[in-house]
Design a protein around this ligand. Structure first.
Ligand code: DQA
Length: 138
C-alpha cells in the first residue's frame, strides 16, 4: 500500500514554529516514527511552500497511490486550485491539521479541501497524521 504525506507552507518549520500550537518535534523525526509504526505502509513524504508544486505533486501521485494525507496548511483556507486538484484525482485524500482549526480564527474555518476529502482529522497535534494513517488499515 502506497501512501504519501503532502505538507504545505511553513510546515518545514515544525519544531521551531509557534511550538505552543504546533509542538516541538520536527516533522522529519515524526516521519521516521511513522515509518517504524506502520511497516506495512510504503510511506512517502513531500513538503513545499509553493502552491503550484503541491498541485503538481497531487496530480503526479493522485491516480496511482492508495492514499494521500494532505495538510495544505494556510492554502487550505485560500486555494481553489488545490481544492480543484483534490477533486480531479482518484486517490482518496484525507485532510489533516495539527491544530483544531475550528477553535482558531474564523478565516481558518473555511476549507477548500474538505468538500472533496474522504475524511478530515484535526486537532490531535502530530497524532492527527497517525490517526489518518490508521484509517487505511481498517
Ligand atoms: C494547519 C492549520 C492552518 O490554519 C495553518 O495555516 C497551518 C497549519 C495545522 O496543521 O494546524 O499552517 O494546517
Amino acid at each position: 500500500m502506497k501512501v504519501i504525506i503532502i505538507n504545505g507552507p511553513n510546515l518545514n518549520l515544525l519544531g521551531k514554529r509557534e511550538p505552543s500550537i504546533y509542538g516541538s518535534e520536527s516533522f522529519e523525526d515524526y516521519f521516521n516514527y511513522l515509518k517504524e509504526k506502520f511497516p506495512s505502509i510504503d510511506l512517502d513524504y513531500f513538503q513545499s511552500n509553493v502552491e503550484g508544486e503541491l498541485i503538481n505533486k497531487l496530480q503526479e501521485v493522485g491516480f496511482t497511490y492508495n492514499g494521500i494525507l494532505l495538510n495544505a496548511a494556510a492554502y487550505t483556507h485560500t486555494s481553489i486550485g488545490i481544492g480543484d486538484a483534490v477533486k480531479a484525482i482518484t486517490t482518496p485524500v484525507i485532510e489533516v491539521h495539527i491544530s483544531n482549526t475550528m477553535a482558531r480564527e474564523e478565516f481558518r474555518h473555511q476549507s477548500y479541501i474538505s468538500p472533496n476529502a474522504s475524511g478530515v482529522i484535526l486537532g490531535f497535534g502530530l497524532k492527527s497524521y497517525e490517526l489518518a494513517l490508521q484509517s487505511f488499515l481498517l
